[in-house]
Design a protein around this ligand. Structure first.
Ligand code: BGC
Ligand code: MG
Length: 567
């Protein structure tokens, strides 16, 4: 599923060392950002369409989020990332913005966002919004003006090119669609769009575009947001010569990180010129708004070392680029996860990183790694990884419930444009975006109307109400994990030590000063020998005394441990 997402959705390319700039020296970036609020945060991603509907139209909204802030506060998360709620034709469900300054009526009124901000702050929750920089909607006034004539003052705000000699597109590039070029008959040129044809790419080489987007960012800061999740930042700049991308079959297998249909987006994605723009964004944010406005960057890169230039030499780039290397693990296995833990630590050094296992673009981790039968146990192990391993956790809504989601059963049901384009080879991202079940009422209390996506029967049986009343639920385990992380500096900021995989058991230690915490996870459906442990138990997924055997998927977290072995 995920591979297919990568293959067809094509979130990025490789080009590794060839395209990447100078490497920063380890540690400098972190020193610059030390003590910033996000380093201690626990993020929670909300996909507003599916969180809580307040007006019965079957689509979640801002008022719905406000109504659930108490739930989030009790869960213990400290920051929200809310995916786009701006005015949009909703071709890509809000990632096609037609007015960055306005709330789409589907999600409420402009004032509803101010209420959300106020109420979130009251509860100690930071709010980060999603800023779509690479493209706008084709209905955005900028684009309408740009396409109006070849001499429009905004013509150069987008990427327009003449057809080839036989009327063909300027090159072979593909992205969300079979061709990334759309012909505009009235002006006789093609425009470029990496994503859907309704999402034309802005021309980020144009300083007017840069200024326009920076001023939107500033307006939201003035309104009170704490930062931005920057969408698709590795797509901002395209190669100036627009060379054809190589076919996947022409490049060695190790370079095939992402395949767009049959090609590698070598010249359309991850261009080194992006790094200068990251510095521009960072400089603007710091100069105009100080050091506390977070830039959380979405960039799919081929290897961990490719994240370094995104932070920037000496850390003048993106504060916190997502680390997607955990969720790309094909299996939930001790050795694989141990390897990513070790490599992230070695390569990123003391730079802040993220721990993320699910988001709105891929099947949930429970879906990928578990069956319905072991899903709840797997969900607890995933929670322990997310909240006890290094990195700022970015939970995806419903992870704390062990939600699995639901796949569309027929093309008719598919809402995601990618799924519609590529059915049945790829069924799209709807399965990660199904609504939350809050209680045992109709539609799980999500909406009094017909939900825009059907809830999964599995998830309906595990509503917030049901799980709140069950001491052993995934939800209550997440609550305990979050409380533990907040309580233990070693789990928040501690060094990573002694990462080991013993058969199916993953263990690692976190240390802050004298205090060490040992985390043990049996990533298997079978029992396994438990590591030696003589310290104090802090939290476990299974009740009772800790014996010599770990049950399937058992999690144990204990403190004050001295291990004989070390990494
Ligand atoms: C978002 C996707 C979206 C795409 C285009 C991504 O990175 O996470 O959901 O379709 O950008 O905006
Ligand atoms: Mg672009």
């Amino acid at each position: 599923m995920m591979r297919r997402f990568f293959r067809s959705v094509c979130f990025s390319l490789l080009a590794g060392g060839v395209l990447l700039g100078a490497r920063p020296s380890v540690g400098e970036a972190a020193v610059r950002d030390e003590g910033r609020w996000w380093q201690d945060a626990i993020f929670y991603e909300i996909y507003p369409r599916s969180f809580q509907d307040s007006d019965g139209d079957g689509v979640g909204d801002l008022k719905g989020i406000v109504a659930r802030l108490d739930y989030l506060q009790k869960l213990g998360v400290t920051a929200l990332w809310i995916t786009p709620f701006f005015l949009s034709p909703m071709v890509d469900f809000g990632y096609d913005v037609s007015d960055y300054r306005k709330v789409d009526p589907l999600f409420g009124r402009d004032e509803d966002f101010d209420v959300l901000l106020r109420e979130a702050k009251k509860r100690g929750l930071r709010v980060v919004i999603d800023l779509v920089l690479n493209h706008t909607s084709d209905q955005h006034p900028y684009f309408l003006e740009s396409r109006s004539s070849r001499t429009s003052p905004k013509r150069d705000w987008y990427i327009w090119k003449d057809p080839g000699p036989n009327g063909e597109p300027p090159n072979n590039w593909k992205g969300f669609e079979q061709t990334s070029w759309e012909f505009d008959p009235s002006t006789g040129q093609y425009f470029y769009h990496y994503f859907c044809k309704e999402q034309p790419d802005l021309n980020w080489r144009n300083p007017e575009v840069q200024q326009a987007m920076l001023s939107i960012l500033s307006e939201w800061v003035a309104r009170g947001v704490d930062g931005f999740r920057l969408d698709a930042i590795n797509y901002l700049i395209e190669h100036p010569d627009l060379p054809d991308n190589p076919l996947a079959s022409e490049v060695p297998p190790e370079e095939r990180f992402i395949v767009n249909y049959d090609q590698i987006p070598r010249y359309s994605v991850n261009q080194p010129e992006n790094f200068g723009l990251f510095e521009l964004l960072r400089r603007h944010v710091e100069d105009s708004h100080g050091p506390d406005v977070l830039l959380l960057g979405e960039a799919w890169v081929p290897s961990l070392k490719d994240l370094l230039p995104i932070y920037g030499v000496s850390g003048q780039g993106i504060h916190l680029p997502f680390n997607f290397f955990f969720l790309q693990q094909p299996k939930l296995e001790a050795e694989g996860f141990a390897k990513v833990l070790r490599e992230s630590d070695a390569i990123l050094g003391t730079r802040p990183t993220t721990m993320v296992l699910s988001n709105h673009d891929m099947a949930r981790a429970t879906w990928r790694y578990a069956t319905e039968t072991n899903s709840d146990s797997v969900a607890k192990a995933l929670g322990a990884l997310e909240l006890a391993a290094p990195g700022v956790p970015v939970l995806y809504y419903g992870e704390e419930l062990g939600m699995r989601g639901r796949e569309p059963q027929s093309l008719d049901e598919v809402r995601d444009p990618l799924g519609r384009n590529q059915w049945p080879a790829f069924k799209g991202r709807d399965l990660a975006r199904t609504p939350v079940a809050w209680d045992e009422g109709p539609n799980g209390g999500f909406s009094t109307g017909k939900p825009w996506l059907a809830l999964a029967p599995f998830d309906l049986r595990r509503s917030v109400a049901v799980q709140s009343a069950d001491r052993d639920s995934v939800l209550n385990f997440y609550r305990a994990l979050i409380a533990l992380r907040k309580n233990e500096p070693a789990l928040r900021q501690g060094r990573l030590e002694a990462v080991e995989a013993h058969g199916t058991v993953l263990q690692f230690r976190r240390r802050a000063g004298e205090k060490a915490i040992l985390v043990m996870l049996n990533l298997s459906d079978r029992p396994a020998p438990a590591p030696d442990f003589s310290g104090k138990t802090l939290l476990g997924s299974h009740a009772g005394k800790w014996g010599a055997v770990l049950a399937p998927w058992e999690v144990r977290i204990g403190s004050d441990v001295v291990l004989s072995s070390s990494r």
